[in-house]
Design a protein around this ligand. Structure first.
Ligand SMILES: O=C[C@H](O)[C@H](O)[C@H](O)COP(=O)(O)O
Length: 280
């Protein structure tokens, strides 16, 4: 029963996100991975079955969702580098007050980041369990995609950064060994204390650079990304819509996109309502 509530929360959020952000005259639309994105594609299909719209998947599962819906899937690396997508939709494992996200619970994060960064608008859809004030409140770990040969190096590096017990993710059948990503890489799940946001640093709640055991979202993301052997980190932070708009205005850069951080996150609630957090 609880599952049915969660599923209808995801569907309600997806319906509203698509109503607000999918323009049927779009030419390129990014499609993320996971269980919630299925409802996004379902909602898109109710509005448009236009085969001229190019849907860019973020991995194998994502491509299957697009293809099974009868829509046109186009590989990311088949598009010219300056193609900006109208919008990219995706799920999230946890979202904080600043709209920073943890992603990669389903082992997809690298291609999701590539696609999100190319989109003019990056929009996330999730259920009520994902809405928190700080990252690592309910979701326990940061997923990190690593080169198999570098696993011991990265585990050691993560412990140095303060992660108490980072672990290599196994398949559900433990005897099959480590789970492989779409890139044939591995995933390490690293626990840290809940991550600080900018207002916490201003309020003196910690330095946020790891020196006192606290980490601010962007600083931890950069520190993990700096470990040799890390392909990508499942922290989606940094610039989002309004910031990107400001850069576009001052630098006359025409292709500045949404960045890694969503401009809006749609949360489906248990009572069927939908709550939207938008970039300030
Ligand atoms: O690795 C998976 C992706 O980052 C998903 O978008 C994320 O885990 C959310 O998935 P779901 O919609 O199934 O909660």
């Amino acid at each position: 029963m609880a599952d049915a509530v969660v599923e209808s929360a995801k569907r309600a959020a997806a319906q509203q996100a698509v109503r607000d952000h999918f323009d049927p005259s779009a030419t390129h639309v990014g499609i993320g991975s996971g269980t919630t994105i299925v409802y996004v594609v379902e909602a898109i299909k109710e509005v448009s079955t236009n085969l001229a719209i190019r849907f860019i998947p973020t991995g194998y599962q994502s491509r299957q969702v697009i293809v099974q819906a009868g829509l046109t899937a186009v590989p990311f690396d088949s598009l010219p580098e300056d193609t900006v997508f109208d919008v990219a939709f995706d799920g999230a494992d946890e979202v904080d007050l600043e709209l920073n996200c943890i992603k990669g619970g389903g082992a997809c994060l690298f291609q999701e980041k590539l696609v999100a960064e190319r989109a003019r608008k990056f929009v996330c859809v999730a259920d009520y369990r994902k809405k928190q004030d700080r990252l690592l409140t309910n979701w326990p770990t940061i997923p990190i995609e690593v080169a198999p040969v570098a696993v011991p190096t990265v585990l050691k590096g993560l412990r140095t950064l303060g992660s108490t017990n980072p672990k290599l993710r196994s398949t559900l059948l433990d005897k099959s060994g480590p789970l492989k990503t779409d890139q044939d890489f591995f995933i390490i799940d690293a626990p840290f204390k809940p991550l600080l946001i900018a207002e916490d640093i201003k309020a003196g709640k910690g330095k946020g650079d790891g020196s006192d055991g606290t980490w601010e979202v962007n600083k931890l993301s950069d520190a993990i990304k700096g470990l040799t052997g890390v392909l990508e980190v499942g922290i989606f932070s940094g610039l989002n819509g309004p910031d990107a708009e400001a850069i576009r205005a001052t630098n006359s850069v025409k292709t500045v996109t949404s960045g890694q951080k969503p401009v809006a996150v749609y949360f489906g609630n248990q009572d069927g309502s939908v709550e939207v957090r938008t970039a300030k």
